[in-house]
Design a protein around this ligand. Structure first.
Ligand SMILES: C[S@@+](CC[C@H](N)C(=O)[O-])C[C@H]1O[C@@H](n2cnc3c(N)ncnc32)[C@H](O)[C@@H]1O
Length: 251
């Protein structure tokens, strides 16, 4: 990355204001515009390294709230006391690992995840990652909750946007000022989540007086049937060695 780019206005501002990456200003602008995070909220941050969205989310949810982030890479704070992190691949972990100790669904799910950029097929990989988030939302986000995810625009973007519209009452696409002009990244922001209604598989059993079959998943996604808390969920993150991470303050 060119030195000129690395030391742009947002990079310098992040250093001055103590944020771990320039991407902090993307979430700040998104949340100022859309008011996704409220005091006391439980927030899940997908692709959280090096941690600037964790910082912003913790500020906005306050000490009564709770923020959990996941990344392939370990992150090291300092973060507020109500921030926890998990190291792993979001597409492979049990979504319950991202809930709080009581197993309650989040009020807000954020994703700044990006596939490893090779310059070839990035758009499709980014859309695929977003689809995997939407697939898992019923196990992460409570009814009425808010959502923002990064995606690289391209030909598969309109169907992704349409799918998001089917799951939320209020969807808007934002390109924050801190996003570099040359980037195709945008953020799909959405409010008032409509989780899918899980129908019993076999209504004949019910009409015959038999008990209804169990739900297909541990939770209906409505926030009233939490799955059991994951073991070791609150374990501290492994030491990260992030001190020399080139992405710090440069994302
Ligand atoms: C642009 S960075 C996020 C910056 C972060 N929002 C911040 O403000 O510090 C994107 C992150 O997504 C992570 N990522 C990509 N795919 C992932 C996956 N499948 N599971 C977890 N993290 C992933 C990458 O490791 C990378 O750290």
């Amino acid at each position: 990355m060119a030195r000129r780019e690395l030391h742009d206005r947002y990079f310098r501002q992040a250093k001055r204001e103590g944020y771990l990456a320039r991407s902090a200003y993307k979430l700040i602008e998104i949340d100022d515009k859309r008011k996704l995070i409220r005091k006391g909220d439980r927030v899940i941050d997908l692709g959280c390294a090096p941690g600037s969205w964790l910082q912003v989310a913790a500020e906005r949810t306050g000490s009564r709230g709770f923020v959990v982030g996941i990344d392939l890479k370990p992150v090291s704070g300092p973060f507020a006391r109500n921030v926890r992190t998990v190291v792993g691949d979001f597409t492979e972990i049990d979504p319950a690992d991202l809930l709080d100790k009581e197993g309650r669904l989040a009020n807000v799910v954020l994703s700044d995840m990006a596939p490893n950029t090779s310059g070839h097929g990035d758009h499709f990989m980014s859309v695929r990652l977003c689809e995997q988030i939407l697939d898992r939302l019923p196990l992460l986000l409570r009814k009425g909750g808010s959502f923002a995810m990064k995606v690289f625009e391209g030909e598969a973007f309109p169907p992704l946007l349409e799918r998001t519209r089917q799951s939320f009452h209020d969807v808007k696409v934002i390109k924050p000022k801190a996003t570099r002009d040359v980037s195709r990244e945008v953020f799909v922001t959405a409010k008032r989540y409509k989780p899918p209604v899980i129908e019993p598989d076999d209504r004949a059993d019910e009409s015959a007086g038999a008990p209804p079959p169990p739900a297909a998943t541990p939770s209906t996604g409505r926030g009233d049937e939490p799955p059991p808390p994951p073991p070791g969920w609150f374990d501290p993150p492994a030491p990260s060695g992030n001190g020399s991470d080139p992405e710090r303050t440069g994302s």
